[in-house]
Design a protein. Sequence first.
Length: 485
Amino acid sequence: MTDSRPVTTTDSGIPVPSDEFSQSVGADGPLLLQDHYLIQKLAHFDRERVPERVVHAKGGGAYGTLEITEDVSQFTKADVFRRGKRTELFLRFSTVAGELGFADTARDPRGFAVKLYTEEGNYDIVGNNTPIFFIRDPQKFPDFIHSQKRRADNHLHDNNMQWDFWTLSPESAHQVTILMSDRGTPYSWRHMNGYGSHTFLWYNAAREKFWVKYHFKTDQGIRNFTGTEAAAAGAEDPDFHIRDLHEAIRKGDHPTWTLQVQVMPFEDAADYRFNPFDLTKIWPHEDYPPIDIGTLTLSRNPENYFAEVEQAAFEPSNLVPGVGASPDKMLQGRLFSYPDTHRYRIGANYLQLPVNRPKNAVHSYNRDGSMRYDNPGDPVYAPNSFAGPVADPLLLAGEHYEVTGEIVRSAHRLHAEDDDFGQARALWEKVMADTDRDHLVANIVAHASAPEVRTETKERVVDYWRSVHKDLGDRVSRGLGVTGQ
Ligand code: NDP
Ligand code: HEM
């Protein structure tokens, strides 16, 4: 050992005499309970893991900035969207269904979760690389995820389970079209878009309200694997995407995305051609053209994966003044679910961890709890007459809007185009090139040809795709060798 190296200590800072040998009775004898260094080492190792995320377990991330280049103050008063504003951020990418250690290149949507450390608190945009989702009611989310994960009996993924759920949930068709296209196997996280997906509320200083959607468009260009290439890349290197991002940033090749917004006047929502809060739908660009408003750049790798990536805690409920939730039922469900899972997965004080804590000062009356080290002092309650923090009701002025209706459990289809298949059809008919269509058909056929997929399920698969487009259904029918019901 050289003089420059520090002496190993216990976690209490006490120097330890050996990194290799436990204290024993004689060199070959049994060990002693008094060897508290050994006991601390083993006991701590036994507790190294926190539960992995119930979804989006495998991922990676990086730090960067969002710079706003356009004036959107007519739509929102959020300081983070002020022209010229630069805000530090952390972005985590992920797959959805795989566990920690799963192949990055698997066919799956990709998470695109942005934590903006604004001067008005953390604003999290927790989106995916697709602008839509499989379902429109959070009631179905646990069931949907169970169908994508593993069977109860043999702990295997099961394509029959996936197609069974999808074909019995026709609102999934739009998202499954994108998932089964080559966008379901992106070449890298740098080469895909991110979408806030939900509709959010924006309100300005004059208390006028708008609905907004976010799109982070990759400046590296869209690049995808084919299904075969993705499987080969994953077999070669399950960490392909983590490595790609880390290496690019390490070499100074900093990826960027252009932030676009689609803005809908508040009043348009009521009689728009479909429910603008339905997460299975995009807003067509011709109705609400995307506006470029800034650039997101990733420029710094995390230094400690567990501390900064594994313990990163995103929550769609982190909304700053000038931004609010919409009636999107999925978003409403998510507002509850994320902080709930963080308290379980990491602990009540997860917001004290460096990656999660805001950069602005926190003046909260929440206190105590497991592992709290930065506890607020007196006064410990509000209202008080001791100069404690006071809430400012004017901050959220403009966020309010009226809602009335009966309490029901249903989904009214009040708008002319509230169907399940129209936008998937537009994607197939108008947007996809011939090669995209060929790959979509091949990917569907390969996936639904897995040995566990039952014939009756295959029949429904054909019907499902015929509902999107007759040509698509006919081609899937030929590929699967079944006619449909
Ligand atoms: P547009 O032609 O104006 O927009 C088409 C959009 O589709 C572009 O944003 C493009 O994103 C994206 N796109 C292009 N190729 C593919 C592909 N192979 N798979 C998935 N997306 C692709 O039409 P509309 O706005 O009327 O939308 C038509 C359909 O396009 C929708 O039904 C939806 O399926 C899909 N789409 C629409 C989006 C929207 O927000 N309007 C966003 C993404 C998809 P890019 O520029 O990144 O290639
Ligand atoms: C992660 C729930 C829908 C994107 C998670 C996690 C939960 C969850 C519990 C784990 C969080 C953690 O442990 O840190 C739900 C529920 C949904 C829903 C209940 C619907 C009702 C969606 C949708 C999107 C999305 C629609 C995208 C538009 C993500 C992302 C992550 C995630 C990106 C990973 C965040 C990270 O990187 O840490 N979700 N989710 N989820 N979800 Fe959802």
